[in-house]
Design a protein around this ligand. Structure first.
Ligand code: ADP
Length: 299
């Protein structure tokens, strides 16, 4: 099974081009869609989840035409939207049962068994009688995954699932996502590089509606080997460095900016100068260098 998206474009009535000729081939397993806020991720996720239409392009899940066979797609789709609204005061058991009915499973006994199995699976069984609206952010997201798993979907879409989770909750959520079967396609949209690094075998970087990179996170990091240099500088010098070098990121380490620059120096030279030392590239370097200047070839 694979999902093939070809030439998908979408311009909103206000003129914003949210998707600009997006083409992607998404294999089974966990796929990361990485982009800053406003990049077009939700627009793509909602389109694939049959909730809105594209202007042009196609999306095929094997033989299934996602843009035109919406009812059939919904039967094999699990979706965790960015904003997962819940009714106040409804318990996890009742709410999940409600979603199961909506998914077309009406047999009472089957429903009861499914509710229990799903709540066990996402580790919420002991909290099943509490209102979902009273759950912590991480518990709500795990509940969201339980509802997305109803009916053994083949395509699971999770939109920005870890935004706002504390590190412990994020870890539990990662573990849960990584346990979802390998025989499904899981598309995870996120602006958090770590999400993709920890979970995904394949990814795309999307920026201003365009795909700037697609491939394996590991391969993208290898492509940057020898091109990333770092130096700890003082805050007051940052602007000068930004003017002189291709600064791709700067983060505070022990109160001082540690800048990463992109530089393709001659291999016979051991530094681009100024005391920069070679840094081991990581996915964050890939992400920032890609969205700043298309330095990796788009595929
Ligand atoms: P992301 O999920 O990556 O943050 P979105 O798909 O939500 O990106 O948004 C992409 C762009 O489209 C943004 O500039 C956003 O402001 C705009 N946009 C999103 N939804 C709408 C809408 N319903 N009407 C007009 N513009 C929208």
């Amino acid at each position: 099974m694979q999902l093939i998206i070809q030439h998908l474009s979408k311009t909103y009535p206000n003129g914003v081009k949210a998707l600009d000729d997006v083409s992607l081939t998404i294999p089974m397993g966990m796929y990361g869609l990485l982009g800053q806020n406003g990049a077009g991720k939700s627009t793509l996720m909602r389109t694939l989840a049959t909730l809105q239409d594209a202007d042009t392009g196609t999306a095929m899940l094997d033989d299934l035409d996602i843009l035109n066979q919406k009812e059939a797609v919904r039967r094999v789709l699990g979706y965790l939207p960015q904003e997962f609204g819940v009714y106040p005061k409804v318990s996890a058991t009742d709410l999940l049962d409600h979603f199961i009915v909506l998914k077309g499973i009406t047999n009472g006994r089957e429903r009861k068994e499914l509710v229990e199995a799903l709540l066990h699976r996402v580790n919420l069984y002991e909290h099943r009688k509490k209102a979902v609206s009273s759950y912590s952010g991480g518990m709500k997201q795990r509940f969201g995954i339980a509802q997305a798993l109803i009916g053994n979907p083949k395509l699971i879409i999770v939109d920005e699932p870890t935004a706002g989770l504390d590190p412990g909750e994020r870890n539990r959520f990662y573990n849960l996502l990584s346990e979802i079967g390998e025989n499904v396609i899981v598309i995870l949209s996120t602006h958090i590089v770590q999400d993709v690094m920890e979970l995904c075998n394949n990814m795309a970087i999307i920026h201003q509606g365009r795909v700037l990179y697609s491939g394996s996170p590991m391969a993208s990091v290898v492509e940057l080997k020898g091109k990333i240099w770092e130096k700890s500088i003082s805050k007051s010098d940052l602007l000068a460095y930004q003017q002189r070098y291709n600064v791709i990121s700067s983060k505070l380490v022990a109160g001082k900016p540690l800048v990463h620059i992109f530089s393709e120096v001659d291999p016979s030279m051991d530094s681009p100068g100024d005391g920069f030392v070679s840094a081991q590239p990581d996915l964050e370097d890939v992400f920032f260098s890609t969205i700043q200047g298309d330095r990796l070839p788009a595929r």
